[in-house]
Design a protein around this ligand. Structure first.
Ligand SMILES: NC(=O)c1ccc[n+]([C@@H]2O[C@H](COP(=O)([O-])OP(=O)(O)OC[C@H]3O[C@@H](n4cnc5c(N)ncnc54)[C@H](OP(=O)(O)O)[C@@H]3O)[C@@H](O)[C@H]2O)c1
Length: 250
């Protein structure tokens, strides 16, 4: 049985990826930060369909907590599945939200970079001994790295760092047969940016109008790509940053 660790599995894209992988027979360890109920809902949906899932609390912006998290994973792999390693790491947890460049404080910058780049970077390093040779890593980046939408300089730059590191890790981890790719969604209706789409449903239509396929993205549009990329069908794909946006601003 293949086992995936997915950060930010309590909501949106991560929750979808967890459920999609569960449906494909992959056991899932998903993490949440604040939304335990969302994580449990994902876990219950996977188990109700005959899959296997666990939820753990993790704040990816706190590197000092990673050693304890690794020990937790090590124990759970053994007790739940009698395994010493897992197969797939999906660095999905992230924070969004725009702020004009002139207003960005050092605190906000640190929060964005710690969550979107430093966290996944060092979490990957910490979990690497538990990742099987021939395993895979997917980093959830953003197509903001290719745009220049005002207000997203810190967010876009944090994701550009993640996309860049993806290529470097693909090379450096290739001797172990580990594939490393990024997926870069366009706008997707999730809880990102403190539930901006729920608070401002009027944002959705203009974004749909700028999307070639005529609607805004849904979590499953990205969750399915993540599951597909982790499959054997994509075994020759590495070091890629795959846009999944329905042709946003094409
Ligand atoms: N939605 C979009 O338009 C869009 C576009 C491009 C890229 N993305 C990227 O897609 C990824 C998933 O976001 P989403 O859109 O699905 O948003 P979401 O619904 O808000 O989900 C974000 C997930 O990340 C977790 N998270 C946030 N900060 C965390 C932290 N410090 N430590 C641990 N977990 C944390 C959340 O956990 P809790 O809720 O439990 O706190 C939640 O599970 C992010 O990396 C985001 O940047 C999204």
């Amino acid at each position: 049985m293949k086992i995936a660790v997915i950060t930010g599995g309590s909501s949106g894209i991560g929750k979808s990826a967890a459920i999609q992988l569960g449906q494909r027979g992959v056991a899932v360890i998903l993490t949440y930060r604040g939304q335990q109920a969302g994580a449990e809902a994902a876990m219950n949906e996977i188990e109700a369909a005959g899959g296997s899932a666990l939820a753990l609390k993790l704040d990816v912006s706190r590197v000092s907590e990673f050693a304890g998290f690794v020990e937790q994973i090590k124990d759970l792999l053994q007790t739940r599945w009698q395994q010493s390693q897992f197969d797939y790491l999906v660095n999905n947890a992230g924070m969004g939200g725009g702020m004009p460049f002139t207003e960005i404080s050092e605190d906000y910058y640190d929060q964005i970079f710690n969550t979107n780049f430093k966290g996944p970077f060092f979490l990957t390093q910490a979990l690497l001994p538990l990742l099987r040779d021939g395993g895979q890593i997917i980093n959830v980046s953003s197509n903001a790295t290719q745009l220049a939408t005002p207000g997203f300089s810190a967010y876009g730059a944090s994701k550009a760092a993640l996309s860049c590191a993806t290529r470097y890790l693909a090379k450096e981890l290739s001797p172990r047969g580990i594939r490393v790719n990024a997926v870069s969604p366009g706008p997707v209706v999730t809880n990102l940016a403190d539930g901006a789409f729920a608070k401002h449903p009027e944002y959705i239509e203009p974004l749909a109008a700028q999307t070639a396929l005529g609607r805004i993205g849904q979590p499953d549009d990205v969750g399915r790509l993540i599951a597909a990329l982790l499959s054997e069908d994509c075994r020759w794909v590495t070091a890629q940053d795959i846009q999944v946006s329905g042709g946003y601003l094409l």
